[in-house]
Design a protein around this ligand. Structure first.
Ligand SMILES: Cc1cc2nc3c(=O)[nH]c(=O)nc-3n(C[C@H](O)[C@H](O)[C@H](O)COP(=O)(O)OP(=O)(O)OC[C@H]3O[C@@H](n4cnc5c(N)ncnc54)[C@H](O)[C@@H]3O)c2cc1C
Length: 372
């Protein structure tokens, strides 16, 4: 038998998206958040424990251009709740923020645990139930691993790492989830270069990582493996002039002025050139081979590595969600927000911004529906 649910809105998932939605609903509805784990636990590892809350881009279209999936869809939500509103929200719940030189916004405390605590304190009227939602029956009743609860509206905010079964049961199409903002495994063995970093590309035991690689993994998240990448590590230098100027220098040390020495040594060995060879003995053909290697450094990506922010490219098909209200186009009174949708952004606070904006948009349209 179904329990009588006091709440009218059931939010499935107490991550950043579900919780901000709950915040903006709690004065007008009885709100219950179902989370199989601990609410806002997923905010703890963000920004390396410091919580990169958002990005200091105040133009909503510019902001949206940082989402390989969801750019246009987000226009409406961003036009209602963008960076300024996000900063206001955090100020209102007692979290002061600062903007770093790279435009990333962090709490002054530099602590995601502090953000979590203050956020949960601001959700005093919200009821939390630690149960896993398994199914949403017509009408609605949210069926969990423990029982069934009635609700007038359901907001689905289960994130990108959950089972999509309960959404598929509603008839929604799921775009196949793939990891983005991750390291990449390569066919080539770069373990001897592990820890060496050039222009945001970090060599690892398994392949490559670092900010530039996360971006690439995001842009190419839908590509099949293997695929090739080519990097220019040296730019436009006049190598012949440098060779002429430094006849007694080793080629390894000369190149070491442009790239890390271990990397120059690695490339020279791959080309069967002795790293200690003096510059005067490098002929034109060898010079071109070196330049070609460093300007068109090619590698083959064979998979992803589980480091980085690890967001999900994929999720509920955006064609089936109203971008103004976040309501399902297939099942009225069901709403979505956050990473569960086929939306993902680059590193820099964009993924949390998706949660703040779409969580607010869902709450606003629900408030509007009830005249709240
Ligand atoms: C290591 C790491 C660092 C990151 N750092 C940043 C950062 O600094 N800035 C940034 O913008 N983004 C960052 N991100 C991304 C960001 O954390 C996510 O995009 C964001 O947490 C998504 O929020 P969400 O509420 O949509 O989903 P989630 O945070 O995944 O929350 C979903 C919640 O739903 C619950 N749940 C799932 N299924 C069910 C079910 N059936 N029943 C009940 N409960 C359920 C889960 O337990 C969870 O609590 C980072 C991600 C990772 C992994």
């Amino acid at each position: 038998m179904a329990h009588e649910l006091k709440s009218k809105v059931a939010i499935i998932g107490g991550g950043p998206a579900g919780c901000i939605c709950a915040y903006f609903l709690q004065n007008n509805f009885e709100v219950t958040v179902f989370d199989k784990s601990t609410p806002l636990k997923t905010i703890l590892p963000t920004g390396g424990g410091k919580c990169n809350l958002c990005h200091a881009e105040f133009d909503f279209k510019e902001l949206a251009s940082n989402y390989p999936r969801g750019e246009k869809f987000l226009y409406s939500a961003f036009s209602k709740f963008c960076t300024a509103e996000t900063l206001n929200f955090f100020e209102n719940i007692g979290i002061k923020t600062y903007i770093r030189d790279d435009m990333r916004v962090f709490p002054v405390s530099n602590s995601s645990a502090d953000v979590r605590e203050k956020f949960l304190n601001a959700l005093k009227k919200v009821k939390f139930i630690k149960e896993e939602a398994l199914r949403i029956n017509e009408g609605f009743s949210v069926v969990t691993n423990m029982g069934a609860y009635k609700a007038d509206y359901v907001v689905i905010a289960v994130g990108g790492h959950a089972s999509y079964d309960l959404i598929k049961m509603l008839g929604h199409k799921i775009i196949q989830p793939k990891p983005a903002l991750v390291g990449l495994k390569t066919q080539e063995d770069f373990s001897s270069l592990s820890g060496v970093s050039i222009n945001g590309i970090l060599f690892t035991h398994k392949g490559i990582s670092g900010p530039e690689v996360y971006k690439i993994s995001s842009l190419r998240a839908r590509d099949n493996f293997p695929y090739k990448l080519t990097f220019d590590f040296i730019g436009d230098i006049d190598l012949q002039a440098e060779l002429n100027k430094n006849p007694h220098k080793s080629i390894k040390n000369l190149l070491g002025e442009h790239v890390p020495k271990s990397f120059s040594e690695f490339c020279l060995c791959e080309l069967n050139i002795i790293p200690d060879e003096k510059c005067h003995s490098i002929d034109g053909k060898t010079r071109d081979k070196i330049l070609n290697k460093l300007r068109h450094f090619e590698l083959t990506v064979i998979g992803t590595a589980p480091d980085g922010e690890v967001v999900t490219c994929g999720g509920v098909d955006l064609k089936e969600i109203n971008p103004k209200t976040m309501e399902s186009k297939l099942v009225p009174k069901i709403y979505f927000c956050g990473e569960v949708m086929d939306i993902d952004g680059f590193c820099g606070g964009f993924n949390l911004q998706n949660c703040w904006s779409t969580g607010f948009a869902a709450a606003q349209s629900l408030n509007f529906t009830l005249g709240g």
